[in-house]
Design a protein around this ligand. Structure first.
Ligand SMILES: N[C@@H](CCC(=O)N[C@@H](CS)C(=O)NCC(=O)O)C(=O)O
Length: 206
């Protein structure tokens, strides 16, 4: 069995490192560096998959792109006891799907757009105003969820928390989390996990 993760420095691919560390699977890590001028991925990633983005997983020769797809693929292969995801048709399955996919969907977009808005000097634009409203909505949905349960899929930590981690750590770093937000407590719980610590040891070299 061969399992390789292509990781881009300072990127969403850290979520898959974290998931594999939590699962305890053996994997090879190939590190790629962003172009310092334009911040984009190197051409080497485009040689593996036409989108040329990270993360990319290669399992016994099969290439898989998209963080959410990779996470579900890894769970299917390496989490037969459902330690990091609720079992099919169990009560927390719907919430698990919602947050696992929301992390790359409606929840993520307004946070991501903030980066592009700042990079292109559009802070005073209508787009920026619109995205600020969307970000407030996303944050309020996140906070409602974390006020109702300790983890995104309910009482148990799951891969949905891992998928949400990247954007919430980035939001905290940019001062985007209000004082008293339940996200602060969630971040503390996340950072207490050995899997998260091991992921940070790997990404420290980024
Ligand atoms: N929805 C994709 C997004 C992939 C993506 O945009 N990755 C970024 C890293 S955060 C990337 O490779 N950026 C460099 C580039 O686009 O050249 C996923 O979740 O895997």
């Amino acid at each position: 069995m061969s399992l390789t993760l292509h990781h881009l420095n300072r990127s969403r691919s850290e979520r898959l490192i974290w998931l594999m560390e939590e699962l305890g699977v053996d994997y090879d890590l190939v590190r790629h560096k962003r172009d310092p001028q334009v911040n984009l991925a190197p051409a080497a990633l485009g040689d593996i998959h036409p989108m040329g983005k990270a993360p990319l997983l290669v399992h016994d020769g099969q290439v898989i792109a998209e963080s959410g797809a990779i996470a579900l693929y890894l769970l299917e292969h390496f989490d037969p006891e459902y330690k990091l995801h609720p079992a099919p048709k169990s009560a927390n399955r719907a919430a698990f799907f919602e947050w696992l996919h929301g992390a790359e969907g409606a929840v993520f977009l307004p946070f991501l757009m903030n980066t592009y808005i700042a990079a292109t000097g559009l802070e005073d634009s209508l787009l920026s105003q619109y995205m600020a409203g969307e970000r407030a909505k996303a944050l309020s949905a996140i906070e409602a969820r974390l006020n109702a349960s300790p983890w995104f899929a309910g009482d148990e930590f799951s891969a949905a928390d891992i998928m949400m981690g990247f954007q919430l750590e980035a939001a905290e770093e940019r001062g985007g989390l209000p004082e008293g937000s339940p996200v602060h407590g969630w971040l503390e719980r996340v950072r207490a996990r050995d899997g998260h610590k091991r992921m940070r040891a790997v990404t420290a070299e980024d």
